[in-house]
Design a protein around this ligand. Structure first.
Ligand code: ZN
Length: 252
């Protein structure tokens, strides 16, 4: 009888759900401008190069693996997966590029995703086609879509243009597939998700949570992202990797 009890306990331990479904938590961070704030626009949409470098250095020292969406399947294979994303395609994202190059080592390969607005590419404060191509070619960045003109997708009459044409234009710029879409203002509804599914493998929101695989339908089109702001301290940054507490909305 005692033997049977031991066997039962042993079996329960071996097949316990917490072990069988070891939870993978993946923070997806969202940035906009990587620059000093000079009084233009919303301050919280900036992160200084100094703070950005501190944050990336923390990830490097703690053994995080920076991924882009082409490597989504690797989230269950690599150590401490994390995604770094930049919305709106600002020219000052070149500062992030310089920091990535500086931090690169044999163990640490920094990569990030630029969500660009296809029809804004080349404006004076945005990255140019040439810069995007260069950034993509180095392997430090994956260039993905943030639509063609940055509308609220739940209100636009041009959803096919915003989703399909922006994808085609960006693919032409970089010569690489566009598989992910960041919804402007984090705004989406059922219809937006349905159209996104036609052209993309991933849809990014601004729901402030760490990604945890739930196996729900459309989960890859409702990916949460944690906002990193001007005022985010390194302590808050570290905390947010586990909880995703820093809430805000994406804007131009
Ligand atoms: Zn945006």
């Amino acid at each position: 009888m005692k033997k049977l009890l031991f066997l039962l306990i042993f079996l329960l331990l071996v097949i316990s759900p917490s072990q069988a479904l070891a939870e993978i938590k993946v923070p997806i961070l969202i940035y906009h401008s990587i620059d000093e704030f000079h009084g233009h626009g919303s301050k919280e949409l900036y992160v200084t190069p100094e703070n950005f470098e501190k944050q990336m250095t923390y990830l490097k020292n703690k053994g995080y693996t920076l991924l882009t969406f082409e490597r989504w399947k690797d989230i269950s294979r690599v150590k401490k997966p994390i995604f770094i994303t930049f919305d709106d395609g600002y020219k000052n994202n070149l500062n992030a590029f310089a920091i990535f190059k500086r931090l690169k080592s044999e163990q640490f390969q920094p990569t990030g995703t630029l969500f660009v607005i296809s029809d804004f590419v080349g404006r004076s404060n945005r990255l140019s086609k040439k810069e995007l191509k260069q950034m993509a070619d180095t392997g430090f960045f994956s260039v993905q879509s943030h639509t063609a003109t940055h509308p609220d997708l739940t209100k636009t009459n041009n959803i096919e243009y915003e989703l399909k044409t922006s994808k085609e234009k960006i693919e032409k710029m970089t010569g690489k597939p566009v598989i992910a879409l960041a919804y402007p203002y984090g705004s989406f509804n059922k219809k937006v998700v349905e159209v996104t599914k036609k052209y993309y493998q991933f849809g990014l929101t601004t729901i402030p949570e760490v990604y945890v695989k739930k196996g729900e339908e459309n989960q890859n089109y409702l990916l949460p992202r944690i906002y990193v702001k001007y005022s985010t301290t390194i302590e808050e940054f570290i905390k947010s990797l586990g909880t995703g507490i820093i809430l805000s909305k994406c804007s131009k």
